[in-house]
Design a protein around this ligand. Structure first.
Ligand code: IMP
Ligand code: MG
Length: 186
C-alpha cells in the first residue's frame, strides 16, 4: 500500500470498476456522437484523470480542451461562482460540446460553467460526469447525459478528486479516514 493510500478508510470504487465503466461510457459516446466531432471540455484539475481515460475509450474523431478556474477559498465551491484563470483555446460556436466533470454535488459549479459555455453558442451542450451525488443537489435541471456512478453522501478522494490538493493521484476512489482530515473539516 502506498503512503497516500494509508489515509483511506474504505475503497468506494476500485481501479477495475472505474476502468470498466469508463470503457462503457466511451462506447456510448462513440455511438451517440458519431459524425459530430464532439469537443470534450474539462476543468482543471479534478476531471483530468477521467477526461484522459475517457477520451482514449472513444473511437470517433473528437477534440479536447481545458479550462482552469478558481473558486473563492480551497473548500469545495459553496456558491458555484468561480473565476476563470485559463480560458479554452477552441471556439465553441457550432460545436457539439460535452462538459466532462469529476463529480456533481450541489450542481452549482456545473450550472455556472454551463451558463458560461452556452453564451458561446455551441450546437449542443451536455454533461458527462464520473460521479453523481444527488443527495445534496441544489440545482436540479442539469443536462447530465452520461454518469459513471451514483455515490452516497460521503466525501471522496482519488482518480482526480482531492482533499486540500492531496490524493488526486490515487488510482481508485475512496473515503478518507477521520485522522487524515483537518479538525476544522470534521
Ligand atoms: P458542486 O458545485 O457542489 O456540484 O461541487 C462540485 C465540485 O466540488 C467538484 O468539481 C469538486 O471539485 C468538488 N467536490 C465536491 N464533492 C467532492 C468530493 O467528495 N471530493 C472532492 N471534491 C469534491
Ligand atoms: Mg476540488
Amino acid at each position: 500500500m502506498t503512503a497516500a493510500a494509508q489515509d483511506i478508510l474504505e475503497t468506494l470504487l476500485t481501479q477495475e470498476q472505474i476502468a470498466t465503466r469508463v470503457a462503457e461510457l466511451g462506447r456510448d459516446i462513440s455511438r451517440e456522437y458519431a459524425a459530430r466531432n464532439p469537443l470534450l471540455i474539462s476543468v482543471l484539475k479534478g476531471a483530468v484523470y477521467f477526461h484522459t481515460d475517457l477520451t482514449r475509450a472513444i473511437e470517433i474523431p473528437l477534440s479536447i480542451d481545458f479550462m482552469a478556474v478558481t473558486s473563492y477559498g480551497s473548500a469545495p465551491a459553496k456558491s458555484g461562482v468561480v473565476r476563470l484563470i485559463k480560458d479554452l483555446d477552441i471556439e465553441l460556436t457550432g460545436r457539439h460540446v460535452l462538459l466532462i466533470e469529476d463529480i456533481i454535488d450541489t450542481g452549482l459549479t456545473a450550472g455556472y460553467l454551463l451558463r458560461l459555455l452556452n453564451a458561446r453558442s455551441p450546437a449542443s451542450l451536455q454533461i458527462c460526469t464520473l460521479l453523481d451525488r444527488p443527495r445534496r443537489r441544489i440545482l436540479e435541471a442539469l443536462p447530465i447525459a452520461y454518469r459513471g456512478f451514483e455515490i452516497p453522501d460521503r466525501f471522496v478522494v482519488g482518480y482526480g478528486l482531492d482533499y486540500r490538493e492531496r490524493y488526486r493521484h490515487l488510482p481508485f476512489i475512496g473515503v478518507l479516514k477521520d485522522s487524515a482530515l483537518q479538525e476544522a473539516d470534521l
